[in-house]
Design a protein around this ligand. Structure first.
Ligand SMILES: CC(C)(COP(=O)(O)OP(=O)(O)OC[C@H]1O[C@@H](n2cnc3c(N)ncnc32)[C@H](O)[C@@H]1OP(=O)(O)O)[C@@H](O)C(=O)NCCC(=O)NCCS
Length: 256
């Protein structure tokens, strides 16, 4: 049974989901949603964090240390390994496979029949597609296949059925229209393929990918320092003493 600490509210009593020990469940979370009368249960491993607004269907199986952001939606028949993160407003349609330590940043869209390997980073607002000529030519949908250690930059678009080879790096905003050999750098529209520069040909930083106690975890050390670049004036960091943030008057127009 999940526990409830610090910033979390009542634990929802899920009747179609088993959530592992050490998990934190915020209010307004649905896990094991019965989308069909015959749907099966959902299981999520130990030490998960399910953020307010998360919706997870029945027939989903996820490993340990899973984290969901606000209003993340995960439909049925999703399988994910350990240490996966699905950030705010991301949507994983059913029938998707993710390995271990997959990190989906906010607003990503993953359609059915997508296969994602281990240690994959998917930047904000990345869109995968699975229908080649929808509404015009009937062919079975097929999402992309993303091999291990791939990094996909923010806002990229990955066309149906594409395979992105191991350790490739997709630049922000690229449109990937053909299979990408392992260890490639892809930039632009349509994505141009270059060999991966030496600087990017290294193991994924797993500490960055996993972050079991992330910035917003109730057990994290609360400090303003991660937010404020050193070259911003100190007075922007917090309201003047005695004022609440709502009533604070900040110096303006002095170019500081
Ligand atoms: C591709 C990338 C790694 C290049 O970084 P870099 O090696 O430091 O490259 P530079 O900024 O020196 O730019 C080199 C050239 O590539 C171009 N370029 C850089 N990023 C590009 C991109 N995303 N798409 C197209 N061209 C790009 C630059 O315009 C420059 O072209 P020029 O030589 O004609 O002037 C980086 O720009 C990028 O896209 N990173 C992904 C960021 C991201 O999505 N993060 C997600 C988490 S927040």
């Amino acid at each position: 049974m999940a526990k409830c600490i610090a910033a979390t509210a009542d634990v929802t009593q899920f009747d179609n989901a088993i959530i592992g020990e050490g998990s934190l469940v915020e209010p307004d979370v649905t896990a094991g949603f019965r989308y069909h009368q015959d749907c099966g249960p959902t299981s999520i491993g130990k030490n998960a964090i399910l953020r307010k607004g998360t919706l997870i269907y029945g027939d989903v199986h996820i490993g340990d240390y899973f984290q969901s952001g606000h209003y993340a939606v995960i439909r049925a028949f999703v399988r994910a390994g350990d240490y996966c993160t699905v950030c705010n407003h991301s949507c994983i349609e059913g029938g998707t496979r993710m390995g271990n330590a997959v990190r989906l940043m906010s607003g990503t869209y993953i359609p059915t029949r997508t296969w994602i390997g281990d240690h994959v980073f998917i930047g904000p607002r990345v869109t995968f597609l699975n229908g080649h000529k929808p509404g015009r030519v009937r062919i079975p949908p097929r999402g992309p296949t993303i091999e291990d250690e791939v990094m996909i930059g923010g806002g990229s678009l990955i066309l149906p059925g594409i395979t992105i080879g191991r350790r490739s790096f997709i630049a922000a905003g690229a449109v990937v229209t053909k299979d990408i050999p392992p260890r490639s750098l892809v930039k632009g529209i349509p994505g141009r393929i270059e060999p991966l520069p030496e600087e990017l040909d290294c193991d994924m930083d797993l500490e960055f990918m996993i972050q079991p106690v992330d910035l917003w975890h109730p057990e994290a050390t609360l400090s303003s320092s991660p937010f404020w670049p050193d070259d911003w004036p100190e007075h922007w960091q917090r309201p003047p003493s005695g004022q609440s943030p709502a009533s604070a008057s900040y110096p303006l127009g002095d170019g500081e």
